[in-house]
Ligand binder design. Structure first.
Ligand code: OSB
Ligand code: MG
Length: 386
């Protein structure tokens, strides 16, 4: 046994290691994007990547907080997450040993909201736990797939011809599903052109909440394009209007922003607000909730897929592990490192095979080496809580 300070009886047939966290470390690093990424709420050309690590008995577990710099996709930002981790969440992990990810979630639950900040800590804890247990992350959570199916999310482009080039490029690389970002003024014509050129591909759209129920007649025209799904057409916190819209459309709606935890997932399915769920570990507050949403959806035969937040390799490694669960039956937004960055923070970098799959690593923990020298070299802000 490596790296744990005590053993406790947790479950009759399973001994788990209680982990005494020695320190929480945060590092902010900026990674330029290979090309700008534009959605209905704005355009970015670099990612301020928020890495968090937990230390226990000489082992280090790595996680990533997916919050962005501006509160557009979510109210959380890099700075709110830094504040909340430094002043509340980090110190709460140092008080007593942690027995499981559910124990950790319980410890953080009194602090409301801030799911992305909480998720970063859960991710780091799970990597640490996997290392203590000598398992891969996928094994630790009961993943069943050795390879996961992946697609690509293509941002809004200055002109349609550039989008068509991107679609062609990623199809050639093997990506199994193309997702187009849409907004009013960049929707029907664009989808029509792509669909006309590629009648057979798995094609979906993501509005990032750019419409309201008042646009129902316009949105209904998307039914003509045999889309795999329409992701988050309406407001970020809505479930009711999505249910009204779903009733009027034949294309399946998928919710992203509106599902912030397992309870909201239940409510959305009860209301028929969506027929597919995009699971992002960050948005829902970590593995504990993500696993719960996955199990709920498996029980109801609702497909789920793993969303992305332009993560570095560390967040992406967690996404790959999550997507190895059996309910993740649709291609995830898990692209190769080279789709985002010149150089990633892990090695080997994530690659997509010509059949549009990514291998689920079987090494211990993340299954990738963290490039600490590169991370240290890029660190703009470091916070150490011990
Ligand atoms: O809505 O899924 C989204 C990126 C940042 C914020 C929100 C979203 C996205 C993506 C990119 O679509 C997915 C990825 O490739 O990581
Ligand atoms: Mg989305």
């Amino acid at each position: 046994m490596q790296g744990s300070s005590e053993i406790i009886e947790y479950h009759p047939e399973k001994r788990i290691h209680a982990i005494k966290i020695d320190a929480v470390e945060v590092r902010l690093i900026r990674l330029p994007l290979i090309e700008p990424f534009e959605t209905s709420f704005g355009k970015i050309d670099s990612r301020l990547i928020f890495l968090v690590s937990l230390e226990a008995d000489g082992l280090t577990g790595w996680g990533e907080v997916v919050a962005e710099e501006e509160p557009l996709y979510s109210y959380e930002t890099v700075q709110t997450a830094l504040h909340v981790i430094r002043d509340f969440l980090g110190p709460a992990l140092l008080t007593q040993s942690i027995e499981s990810v559910y124990d950790l979630a319980k410890r953080l639950a009194p602090f409301r909201g801030h799911n992305m900040a909480k998720a970063g800590l859960e991710l780091a804890f799970m990597d640490l736990l996997a290392k203590v247990e000598g398992q891969s992350l996928s094994e630790l959570i009961g993943g069943e797939r050795k390879r996961v199916d992946v697609g690509v999310s293509l941002g809004i482009q200055p002109v349609i011809s550039r989008l068509l080039e991107r679609v062609e490029k990623y199809l050639k690389l093997g990506y199994q599903r193309i997702k187009l970002k849409i907004k009013p003024g960049w929707d029907l014509d664009v989808v029509d052109e792509v669909r006309r050129k590629y009648p057979q591909i798995l094609l979906s759209v993501d509005a990032n909440a750019a419409y309201t129920f008042g646009d129902v007649d316009h949105l209904k025209m998307l039914d003509d394009f045999n889309l795999l799904m329409i992701e988050q057409p309406l407001q970020y916190d809505d479930l009711m209007d999505h249910a009204r819209l779903q009733e009027l459309m034949k294309t399946r709606l998928c919710l992203d922003e509106s599902i912030v935890n397992h309870r909201h997932a239940r409510l959305a399915l009860e209301l028929d607000s969506c027929r597919i769920i995009n699971v992002k570990i960050g948005r829902v507050g970590g593995y504990s909730e993500a696993l719960g949403i996955h199990n709920l959806c498996v029980g109801r035969n609702v497909p789920v897929w793993c969303g992305g937040m332009l993560e570095s390799g560390i967040g992406r490694a967690h996404n790959i592990a999550l997507a190895s669960l059996k309910g993740f039956t649709l291609p995830g937004d898990i692209s190769a490192s080279s789709r985002y960055f010149e150089r990633d923070v892990i090695y080997p970098e994530v690659t997509v095979a010509p059949d549009g799959t990514v291998a689920v690593p079987d090494g211990v923990g993340l299954g990738f080496e963290v490039d600490l020298d590169f991370i240290k070299h890029l660190t703009e802000t470091r916070v150490y809580i011990a």
